[in-house]
Design a protein around this ligand. Structure first.
Ligand code: SF4
Ligand code: SF4
Length: 344
């Protein structure tokens, strides 16, 4: 009897049943999901100091003026309480997380709970003071978005930002990390590939090498808010340019991840048979107002909220009518929100 109890305790500790439920859900992709998400994304800030061309913030009228700007530390802690199985959290949505005055406490809260914690930033607010709390916070990773490596193109894409300032902030963070001999956070650069910026990859690689980042990641762009596919999806020729750039001698000094599922035009596209996304069965996205959404592209502003975590328990949301209908829909046909998604 004792050994049965210790086996049960061991399985519980290792979260075996939850993992098995999630795995089963990913494989079957039925209406219902089993297990609870281990990975969650929480939009801690919905406001931004930039107006990037590929972002709702850069498209007038997409977001209503009344959008809640920040999630408070208390709201964030209450959200985490509802995800006891989650082990990993990323803290951004459609906004700049570092604008949130509660971000240091939010990071501490997630780290205190033993969660792998990180966020994307546009890099504008990586002042030395902010670098200091970041380096002492236990944050696991931070990614600076850099979609161009020449000042003119950077200014065109990331409206409101200055490349030289971002570079100086990035270098400052890495220098301070070295001085502190800190292991965390790992520091990465994210390059979102679009037809208009593929030629920038070479200069972004230069910056990544010069700054000494831990890795460079290349992803595709979600075109959900653009009307013209050519604005966002890279062509085969563009993809070859990216491939060539990451094989150059200088790029060998870097760890580079290029997610072919998202970038390679030969394997992406709104075809049911190609549907590889498992977001709706294993992860969830919480927006700044508590809306639970199937993924970070299916925003409440697009009518995709499936419930509200501020007012309901996640177990009542995870398999409710809206969530199950969404799963059924994306399994059987292309939902509007998935049509231009690099993960579809
Ligand atoms: S920094 Fe991020 S949230 Fe802000 S406008 Fe650019 S893409 Fe959007
Ligand atoms: S938009 Fe669709 S395909 Fe893309 S991540 Fe969301 S659910 Fe998955």
């Amino acid at each position: 009897m004792r050994s049965f109890h210790s086996l049960r305790g061991y399985l519980k500790k290792k979260d075996v049943f939850n993992r098995a439920g999630l795995r089963f859900s990913q494989l079957v992709r039925g209406r219902h999901a089993f297990g609870q998400p281990k990975i969650i994304q929480i939009e801690t800030t919905a406001s931004c100091n930039l107006k990037c061309v590929m972002c709702p913030h850069g498209k007038d009228g997409v977001f209503s003026d009344g959008r809640k700007a920040f999630m408070t530390h208390q709201e964030f802690a209450n959200v985490l309480d509802k995800f006891p199985k989650a082990t990993s959290v990323s803290l951004q949505g459609v906004g700049e997380p570092m604008l949130n005055p509660d971000l240091p406490r939010i990071v501490s809260e997630a780290v205190r709970r033993g969660m792998e914690t990180g966020f994307y930033t546009n890099g504008t607010l990586l002042s030395s003071g902010n670098c200091e709390w970041i380096l002492r916070s236990g944050l696991n990773w931070i990614i600076v978005s850099l979609d161009a490596g020449t000042p003119e193109e950077f200014k065109r894409i990331r409206k409101g930002a200055d490349l030289n300032k971002i570079m100086s902030n990035l270098k400052g963070l890495i220098k301070a990390k070295k001085e502190l001999k800190a292991r965390n956070p790992s520091v990465g650069i994210m390059f979102v590939a679009m037809p208009s910026n593929v030629n920038e990859i070479s200069s972004v690689i230069d910056i990544a090498v010069e700054a000494g980042v831990d890795w460079l990641s290349i992803k595709g762009c979600h075109g959900g808010l653009s009307s013209n596919e050519k604005e966002w999806a890279v062509s085969e020729e563009d993809f070859k340019k990216l491939q060539a750039a990451i094989k150059t001698e200088k790029a060998k000094a870097l760890t580079i991840h290029m997610d072919s599922r998202e970038v390679d035009p030969r394997i992406r596209g709104p075809k049911k048979s190609r549907m590889k996304c498992t977001w709706a069965w294993e992860k969830t996205y919480i927006s700044v107002d508590g809306s639970a959404c199937p993924c970070c592209y299916a925003l409440p502003e697009l009518g995709m909220s499936v419930g509200n975590i501020f007012t309901d328990d996640f177990k009542n949301i995870w398999n409710n009518a809206k969530y199950t209908q969404f799963r059924e829909k994306i399994k059987n046909e292309v939902a509007d929100v998935c049509e231009k998604c690099p993960l579809y």
